[in-house]
Write a protein that binds this ligand. Structure first.
Ligand code: F6R
Length: 260
């Protein structure tokens, strides 16, 4: 696990965009795992900039969203399908047909979850997965005590998560109780994961993710088992890390050829 601590979300987003750019140059039809929420938005912003300015090409890219609310009407502005469409798909030269998400409106939820797993596998698996982290340590919508081996399925949101996400809805009561999410096992199968966290409200979750035991009480801690996990945090989110100086020292002395 590599932990990179920088002054703010903008330089962190730039690093994540560097990694995506390098991947697309190496593999133009790469499969990207896409998170919603606030944390990845500066990365999408940076990718849109590089697409317009440098011609970063998404024409062959495939994308798979991490999660989706259950029961929102089609086109609801807070649905993750809409967020990904607005923030990512519409700003790049990626075919909308190549961007997928779990079907939160499916009549048969277990079948939709299995179909999503099958679609990811048929695409060859995720090359690079972007992640945020919840204040309770969730990744995707794998809330505390999710199975560390879980695959895409329905989950019930913790009330704290519903409160955290109320800012995207008209009122807290409108936040659905249920979601479909890639499982922790699904996320672990991505070849590279990049998690972004900014702000003091994420400090405890980041500490538990990086330096706590691997335990389902902090679902993100499962990333300690991933062979290529990159944790990008600003100073506030890093403020509870015991080995922060070591992480800074390692990054400052990293061989230039290595990338993320
Ligand atoms: C979003 C997702 C969630 C968020 C997390 C943090 O697709 O899977 O795990 O990444 O809730 O949300 P923000 O970034 O809004 O703080």
């Amino acid at each position: 696990m590599e932990v990179v601590i920088l002054s703010g979300i903008t330089p962190l987003a730039s690093l994540a965009a560097d990694a995506i750019g390098a991947l697309l140059r190496r593999k133009p039809d790469a499969v990207l795992g896409l998170a919603a929420g606030s944390s990845p938005l500066p990365v999408y912003e940076e990718l849109a900039l590089r697409h317009g300015r440098d011609g970063l090409d998404f024409s062959q890219v495939r994308g798979f969203a991490l999660d989706e609310y259950v029961g929102l009407p089609p086109g609801h502005p807070a649905s993750y399908r809409e967020v990904i469409r607005r923030e990512f798909t519409e700003r790049l030269n990626i075919s909308p047909a190549n961007v997928h998400g779990p079907d939160g409106a499916a009549a048969d939820i277990p079948a939709a979850c299995q179909a999503y797993e099958d679609a990811i596998r048929a695409a060859g698996g995720v090359d690079l997965q972007l992640l945020g982290i919840g204040t309770d340590g969730h990744i995707g919508f794998n809330e505390p005590c999710s199975s560390l081996a879980s695959r895409t399925r329905i989950k019930t949101l913790v009330e704290q998560t519903r409160r955290d996400n109320a800012r995207f809805f008209g009122s807290p009561a409108e936040v659905p109780h249920h979601v479909l999410t890639q499982g922790l096992g699904t996320i672990l199968a991505a070849r590279h994961v990049i998690l972004l966290a900014a702000g003091a409200q994420k400090a405890r979750a980041v500490r538990d993710l990086v330096e706590g035991p691997v335990a389902a009480i902090c679902p993100a801690s499962v990333l300690q088992l991933h062979p290529h996990a990159t944790i990008l945090v600003d100073e506030a989110a890093a403020s509870s890390l015991r080995l922060a100086d070591y992480y800074r020292h390692s990054f400052d002395n990293k061989p230039a050829w290595q990338g993320l």
